[in-house]
Write a protein that binds this ligand. Structure first.
Ligand SMILES: Cc1cc2nc3c(=O)[nH]c(=O)nc-3n(C[C@H](O)[C@H](O)[C@H](O)COP(=O)(O)O)c2cc1C
Length: 196
């Protein structure tokens, strides 16, 4: 990871805007660095195969589209190339151990459902995939697109049906596992609103 030593090529700032101070910022070029920004860890099932994903986001409201970045070396990627449906399952941080197991093994080598301590599969209602009984919130998705990049593909799913457990998604109660990068996790321990 090279530090950007020379910013002489940069355009001068508009009038009245101070030029970017060198300190306290460090700069990186062509670098992969997530900076410990928390990302919710979810359990995705591609067909019957579960895997942990943290790189995901909503991208459209109507229709509701949801995007996930999938590593091209994962078994799940091959299943997606075959056009499989998938579900995204949001679980409480109590299930972090099983979530991590799903992220440490490949489904073409073993059946991850047999490794899990707690998580149980159930059939999704509208799409041809499994979902997780213990999930607080589930999106059932059909593929809308799969766009390949160098090492990941951007999977876009259309949410055909969503399930949620009534009373369990209260912002001040729900404790989702947040991946901070590397081996670090956190949970949203306190919710507050700025509305009066
Ligand atoms: C915390 C965490 C987050 C992860 N996020 C992603 C992700 O967003 N996309 C992805 O493709 N793999 C992600 N992985 C890795 C996959 O879960 C892992 O490679 C898994 O073994 C793939 O399973 P499969 O080969 O059965 O598809 C993550 C793993 C962990 C532990």
């Amino acid at each position: 990871m090279d530090r950007l030593k020379n910013a002489d090529h940069a355009l001068p700032p508009p009038d009245g805007v101070p030029s970017t101070p060198r300190a306290p910022f460090k700069t990186l070029t062509e670098a992969y660095f997530l900076g410990y920004v928390p990302r919710p860890l979810a359990l995705m099932c591609v067909g019957e195969n579960p895997l942990a994903v943290a790189w995901h986001a909503p991208i459209n409201k109507d229709p509701f589209l949801y995007a996930v970045a999938i590593d091209r070396t994962n078994h799940s990627h091959r299943l997606l190339e075959e056009g499989r449906d998938f579900t995204l399952n949001f679980l409480s941080a109590d299930y972090l151990e099983d979530l991590l197991l799903s992220g440490q093994h490949h489904g073409d080598k073993l059946d991850k459902w047999k490794l899990f301590k707690s998580l149980k599969p159930v059939r999704a209602l509208k799409v041809n995939a499994l979902m997780v009984e213990q999930a607080l919130l589930v999106y059932e998705c059909r593929q809308e697109g799969l766009i390949g990049f160098a090492d990941h593909s951007l999977l876009v799913g259309r949410v055909e049906l969503l399930h949620y457990k009534r009373g369990k998604l209260k912002p001040d109660r729900v404790r989702y596992p947040l991946h901070m990068g590397k081996g670090y996790f956190s949970k949203n321990s306190r919710a507050y609103t700025l509305k009066r």
